[in-house]
Design a protein around this ligand. Structure first.
Ligand code: ATP
Ligand code: MG
Ligand code: MG
Ligand code: MG
Length: 491
């Protein structure tokens, strides 16, 4: 049986719909509705939050949901889940991905959820059980939380080998929606790509050999305002499985980029660029970062298409600023690394629509608008790149030939006025045998860090948003931002 991504998605939906009476709910837009705590929709459960919080409008259709299945468009860039920095470096984190999920709202709980998941993976998709590892919550004394022995026993009774059932703590196996609200232990299913004898030790260890594929969350507590936990009157199940990772497993690949979700894009990029074909190399083996650039462009173009189709346009604040940053990264990697001509990104839009348009038809209907917006933004960015190059050349021609040190003040102005990423300035100077005045730059950096630190709180969610919102303000005070995570985020 050949598992195309379309069949894999379809099979998931049908399994829960036909086999277990789940109602199919369409993906929501990636633009969060009425939820200021989110930059983008980053999980299938986002649209069901009102049900979990017990505040769904009783007259709404949602109020009647008890078993639901869907495939949700998710973006994890900026905000609490920010995977942007991993994209291109590893083979399984994307800025846009599809999350397959099933839910029980006060209906079935742990026993049924585990049994369904196991049956789907091992019988319907035919994944060998010996390649799967499951985790469960080990308990947490500080929080007064017991271990989730119930889930451990369920997995054992299903027939999972004892050495494939592994305990983990709060970080990996306890899920909370936020400071307050429904929460509970989760159990995750991981896939061993290699068949290693030591695979168990690679679970939750950021290893490309053993990758998390499915998270099953059991909401059984409510985190109260005073931090204490209260048992919920009605328990719920919330699951999420990354389609791209599952397809990789089912197509016998090691990398999401080697599946039919990405290969058409990689070859379309190759057609446009002057770079050699994609070879899937990473790290040191990928000299010149050519393969990384392929992955970044393929990842980012999907995100750009999905966001624009859902009405998030590249802009100056919040999610729109994040999208602008993603678009500029894509332009930079495609023009500078892959040496693809202007217009390349827009030319990839039909390929994205072709691979995802069945599931998300707005990609087909909006493709003209998407191409126009990409081209406009690309042209703007390329013209500031050009201006920046001229500024560097002018400065160099006024400099003492023997001096290798480029004035930090000019670098800073490139950065502030033209929105140049600092690492790009470094690269461009390196090509000309020069470098920025490091000491002076560090002074500016320290100054910035101080201000940034003052304006931030420890809470990751808020910090990220403050980062983004305070950027323009910091820049207007003449402070360059040099935080790696924001280096492409310029105005
Ligand atoms: P990871 O530990 O790999 O970062 P996660 O624990 O952050 O994943 P969850 O929040 O549990 O992920 O989301 C449920 C599922 O969604 C994961 O098991 C994974 O299959 C998928 N997933 C999560 N983040 C990404 C991403 N950035 N790109 C692709 N798939 C993802
Ligand atoms: Mg993650
Ligand atoms: Mg994880
Ligand atoms: Mg997880």
């Amino acid at each position: 049986e050949e598992f195309t991504s379309k069949r894999v998605r379809r099979k998931f939906i049908d399994f829960f719909k036909e086999g277990y009476e789940h109602r199919v709910v369409p993906s929501s837009s990636v633009r969060p509705r009425g939820d200021p705590s989110l930059l983008f929709v980053n999980a299938g459960m986002n649209q069901f939050k009102p049900i979990l919080l017990g505040c769904a409008d009783p007259r709404s259709e949602m109020a009647s949901y008890s078993r639901v299945v869907n495939s949700q468009k998710c973006v994890r860039a900026g905000g609490k889940h920010n995977d942007l920095e991993d994209v291109g470096k590893d083979m399984y984190h994307h800025t846009f991905f599809e999350m397959l999920g099933n839910w029980s709202f006060g209906d079935y709980f742990k026993v049924e959820a585990c049994a369904m998941a196991w049956r789907l993976l091992t019988e319907e998709y035919g994944i060998p059980a010996e390649r799967l590892y499951v985790s469960y919550f080990s308990g947490d004394v500080a929080n007064g939380l017991p271990a989730d022995e119930e889930t451990r026993r369920i997995w054992l009774s299903i027939g999972v080998q004892p050495d494939h059932v592994l305990p983990f703590g709060m970080k990996d196996n306890f899920w909370e929606m936020g400071e307050t609200g429904p929460c509970g232990p989760c159990t995750e299913i991981h896939y061993d790509h290699v068949g290693n004898r030591n695979a168990a030790s690679l679970v939750n260890a950021d290893s490309p050999d053993v990758v998390e594929i499915w998270n099953l969350v059991f909401m059984q507590y409510n985190r109260e305002g005073n931090g204490s936990l209260r048992a919920l009157p009605q328990c719920s199940v919330d699951t999420g499985m990354g389609l791209e990772r599952l397809v990789t497993v089912l197509q016998g690949k090691r990398s999401n980029y080697d599946t039919d979700l990405f290969t058409p894009l990689l070859s379309a990029i190759h057609q446009c660029s002057k770079a050699p074909a994609y070879q899937g190399r990473t790290g040191e083996a990928d000299a010149g970062q050519v393969d990384m650039a392929y992955r970044v462009v393929a990842d980012h173009i999907r995100t750009i298409c999905v966001c624009i189709a859902d009405g998030v346009y590249p802009g100056m604040t919040g999610a729109e600023l994040v999208l602008r940053r993603i678009l500029r990264r894509a332009v930079r990697f495609s023009t500078e690394v892959l040496q693809a001509p202007e217009g390349t990104l827009a030319s990839l839009v039909p390929t994205v629509a072709h691979t995802l348009g069945d599931a998300y038809p707005e990609l087909n209907t909006e493709s003209e608008r998407i191409m126009d917006l990409i081209n406009q933004n690309e042209a703007q960015f390329l013209s500031s790149l050009k201006q920046g190059r001229r500024m560097i050349d002018r400065t160099l021609s006024n400099m003492d030939e023997d001096s290798a040190v480029f004035p930090a003040s000019v670098a800073w102005s490139l950065h502030r006025n033209l929105g140049f990423p600092l690492d790009l300035i470094g690269l461009m100077l390196e090509e000309r045998g020069k470098m920025v005045d490091k000491k002076e730059m560090e002074v500016l950096e320290d100054e910035y860090e101080k201000l940034r630190f003052q304006s931030e709180e420890d809470d990751g969610d808020r910090a990220d948003q403050l980062d983004i919102h305070s950027l323009a303000e910091l820049q207007s005070r003449g402070v360059p931002h040099t935080d790696g995570s924001l280096k492409y985020c310029y105005s």
